[in-house]
Design a protein around this ligand. Structure first.
Ligand code: SF4
Length: 319
């Protein structure tokens, strides 16, 4: 259907499944969560490149507060497999509904962007694709291979979906040899039914454990948001669970509510509490832990990867 000029066609709802949920008012952010509006020339250049190459980013789709800072340095986290997710997590701003057709040329375009940005480290993530037989694992593998060919010096981090009921998917991604395998637990197990209804806590944990079993040298990473209604003891339990799965790197950041239809913010966790979580995590044996109000799984991922490598080397040297 076409619309006469001057009339804007109705936009599809980004979150049709949330349309009938009651509104949760969004509380005012404390000072420690305030960031500068993006707009630097470097930010604009990153944005233009993403548009030219028709790439989606989780930075934009998730309305990430760090976009001004990250994109100024060309650090965009590319989101492959389309813009529409087949899950309906109540915290997430990525559009949900009928997924896009798979674009077979996307891996090459991602690789082109990585080469053009001259990145030393790149994070590739995706929407969840329950509709695909392999959950999109083959597309992840092709993207890793394409980046290796176009930018051999770039280290690669994947932030994958959980590949629930996708036999062999995890193995496909691990075989493509990313440097870091990241899969976020997102929250404590008690809140899964409400926050991540399509996912299973112990499945996600097992996925991370399996990565280490297939390739003990591969760095593994996971993250949670706080401020969703969890308590401290539950966060510490998640840390223990992740250490039991030999996960190397933990990220913890403040949950921010994208719209009134999303999960309500329970509270803003203070910077001191984040510092305490970081210290607990290091005490429990993570090689690296990043915990701050604005921490996101791919925030400062390049610098963190260098620290991760150094921390492993130091641990090995200490015997
Ligand atoms: S923190 Fe991650 S998602 Fe947010 S802008 Fe930076 S790279 Fe993008």
């Amino acid at each position: 259907m076409s619309y006469p000029s001057g009339i804007i066609a109705p936009q599809p709802l980004r979150h049709p499944e949330k349309a009938h949920r009651p509104d949760n008012p969004i509380p005012r952010k404390p000072d420690w969560l305030r960031v500068k509006a993006p707009g630097s020339p470097e930010y604009q250049a990153t944005r233009r490149l993403m548009r030219e190459l028709q790439l989606n980013t989780v930075c934009e789709e998730a309305a990430c507060p760090n976009i001004g800072e990250c994109w100024k340095q060309g650090h965009a986290t590319v989101m492959i497999l389309g813009r529409v997710c087949t899950r309906a997590c109540t915290f997430c701003n990525v559009a949900t509904g009928r997924p896009d057709l798979l674009d077979p040329h996307e891996p090459e375009r991602v690789a082109q962007a990585v080469a053009a940005l001259g990145l030393s480290h790149v994070v590739v993530t995706s929407v969840d694709r329950d509709d695909l037989g392999d959950g999109g694992a083959g597309h992840f593998a092709q993207t890793i291979t394409a980046i290796r060919a176009a930018a051999p010096g770039t280290t690669i981090e994947v932030l994958t979906p959980d590949f629930l009921h996708k036999e062999g998917a995890l193995e496909t991604v691990v075989a493509a040899k990313p440097d870091v395998f990241n899969h976020n637990l997102e929250t404590v197990p008690r809140l899964y039914a409400e926050v991540r209804p399509g996912a299973r806590y112990f499945h996600s944990l097992r996925l991370l454990d399996q990565v280490k079993r297939h390739d003990p040298a591969m760095f593994t990473k996971s993250g949670i948001m706080v401020g969703l209604g969890e308590d401290k003891a539950e966060v510490l339990q998640v840390m223990d669970d992740l250490r039991a799965a030999e996960v190397d790197f933990l990220t913890i950041g403040q949950y921010l509510q994208p719209t009134p239809k999303h999960h309500a913010i329970a509270r803003f966790v203070t910077p001191d509490e984040f510092l305490s979580y970081r210290n607990f995590a290091l005490g429990k044996g993570f090689l690296l832990a990043s915990a701050s109000p604005l921490t996101r799984s791919s925030y400062h991922a390049g610098d963190d990867f260098a620290r991760l490598r150094a921390a492993r080397a130091a641990k090995l040297a200490a015997g």
